[in-house]
Design a protein around this ligand. Sequence first.
Ligand SMILES: Nc1ncnc2c1ncn2[C@@H]1O[C@H](COP(=O)(O)OP(=O)(O)O)[C@@H](O)[C@H]1O
Ligand SMILES: CC(C)(COP(=O)(O)O)[C@@H](O)C(=O)NCCC(=O)O
Ligand SMILES: [K+]
Length: 240
Amino acid sequence: MKLLIDLGNTRLKACAHGESLQLVGEIVDNHTLAVWLERNATSITVVAIASVAARESYQLVSSTLKSYLPSIQVFRLQYDAGLLATSYEFPEQLGIDRWLALLPFAKRGEAVVIDAGTACTIDVLSNSKHQGGYILPGLRLQRDVLAQQTAAVSFPRSQLGEVRLGLSTGECVSHGSLRALVTLANDVGEEFGQTVERASLYITGGDAPYFEGHLEAEKRPLLVFEGMLIALDHLIEGNK
Ligand SMILES: Nc1ncnc2c1ncn2[C@@H]1O[C@H](COP(=O)(O)OP(=O)(O)O)[C@@H](O)[C@H]1O
Ligand SMILES: CC(C)(COP(=O)(O)O)[C@@H](O)C(=O)NCCC(=O)O
Ligand SMILES: [K+]
């Protein structure tokens, strides 16, 4: 069984791949990863990790893996232009999660991917190349920054998932940030998504459910993991 680890800025997520890709829901951070490995280490044959988190978080996870899986190969996934090229000025600066989320569409060559996580990223794949994208603060980050940096805008956690005019401070903030992201995603989709017939907008990330009903995008919660599997298989093939 392959173990895939996606280390984001908010949390750690893990998938196991035996027959199919399965999210391991119990794993949410380094501690729960260790608890899970305690019971499941013997079934793991290889590990892949993609990290955009701070170096210390990565090192913590890395040492957990070393202690529970001392003889198992751990691949840290990196950008590979041979699998999917980017137009980024400095490709090594492109977040690995963004590149991985586009990888499942590399063969098809066209897609617009929205990753609604800590940051909300929108990336365009066209002519089989990453053409560039946008990075914005995600829904939670927008709300937290407004609450921290303004004197009057402190509010209880208002429900996310609506875009209508807000009638309280909390609603104005949460509806406003969702509407801004939805509008941007639709705009990018309109500009770049018309080259293919099928829905070419895809959405992933922890906040993706809030976009439901506001955006015509296919939900692909495991998109980064789908990409990880492709990148990992390519590395394993190359190592043979
Ligand atoms: N159990 C959870 N823990 C933390 N965030 C969650 C959880 N469930 C949903 N979320 C939402 O997911 C967002 C983070 O998305 P995610 O894709 O996991 O981020 P990242 O990849 O940046 O770590 C948070 O802003 C939060 O609103
Ligand atoms: C844009 C991101 C912060 C998104 O991270 P996430 O919200 O998934 O935790 C991450 O992809 C990143 O650190 N990227 C490096 C900068 C770049 O992609 O240009
Ligand atoms: K993201």
